[in-house]
Ligand binder design. Structure first.
Ligand code: PXL
Length: 284
């Protein structure tokens, strides 16, 4: 008998704009994985291009939630953190990893804090250093080039990239200490875009590139990392899970191209869920 897996997703909940928990919860659940959520803050929208959003900080609830779960002896097959709002929240996530990480589960850290050469609103370079500390505890990290450069002190460059630059960034990321790395936003020409993945124990870098789509949509990093988390919990290899996550993200973007009035509104991943479910069920 297959037993259901359980993930703990630690992100904010941005009411509108499809990112963080409003993406992680439906996607990981669709992967057949029970999803426990720890909301770190509640906002009316994400901070990527909107102004005037509401923000209720939930930092003081995080440790008590974790303590309650400990008292219930809950176990998680994955701990998945994304956007975190402060140094204090990063410290709390470290303590949660220390409480719930075992040899049999994984900690996936998406250092969601920057893109296109700039930190997100409200963050500075000190925050990137702090996030690097959290990434050093992770089994898997999923940075884009901006996050990777800011965490390692490497110069940020716009693509197209060279293999040397990609490999240098991956080497520096692996020096931080994570076991596996999926670097997003990799491209060597203007036709294809994708990821480089590396299991640092084996050292080999594999590329998953797909035909490039036009447009830059908000929340695609969260869609990708959530799918990666769900696919890994379906016992896929790092490369297969990366391919599944890339396909799902591209499919979601393609659906969005036809319907969205605004890139800040996120991607239309909902219509892509049945195909993802079918893909993950192929062996049953
Ligand atoms: O997915 C990134 C993200 C998550 N949560 C909030 C954000 C952002 C990116 O801007 O603002 C609140």
């Amino acid at each position: 008998m297959k037993t259901a897996k359980r993930a703990l997703a630690i992100h904010d909940i941005s009411g509108f704009g499809k990112c963080s928990l409003t993406v992680a919860l439906p996607i990981i659940s669709a992967c057949g994985v029970e999803t426990t959520v720890m909301p770190t803050a509640v906002l009316s929208t994400h901070t990527g291009g909107f102004t005037g959003y509401t923000h209720r900080d939930l930092t003081s609830d995080m440790r008590p939630m974790a303590d309650h779960w400990k008292s219930l002896d809950l176990k998680f097959d994955a701990i998945y953190s994304g956007y975190l709002g402060s140094f204090e929240q990063i410290e709390i996530v470290k303590s949660i990893v220390s409480d719930f990480k075992t040899e049999n589960n994984f900690f996936l850290c998406d250092p969601a804090m920057a893109d296109h050469g700039r930190m997100y609103a409200l963050f500075d370079m000190e925050f990137a250093k702090k996030m690097a500390e959290l990434c050093s505890l992770a089994d898997i990290i999923v940075p884009n080039f901006t996050e990777a450069a800011f965490m390692t002190g490497e110069e940020y460059k716009e693509g197209p990239y060279t293999k040397e630059y990609v490999e240098r960034i991956i080497k520096k990321l692996s020096d931080l200490g994570p076991k596996k790395i999926v670097l997003t936003g990799v491209y060597f020409d203007d036709k294809q875009l994708g990821c480089a993945c590396c299991d640092t124990a084996a050292g080999e870098i594999e590329y998953c590139l797909r035909d490039r789509l036009t447009g830059v949509y908000h929340g695609t990093g969260d869609v990708f990392a959530s799918t990666l988390c769900g696919a890994l919990l379906n016992d896929m290899s790092l490369k297969a899970a990366t391919q599944t996550a890339a396909k799902f993200t591209c499919g979601s973007i393609e659906r969005t191209l036809e319907i969205t009035p605004d890139v800040r509104y996120g991607v239309a991943f909902e219509g892509e869920l049945p195909r993802l479910i079918k893909e993950l069920k192929r062996d049953e």
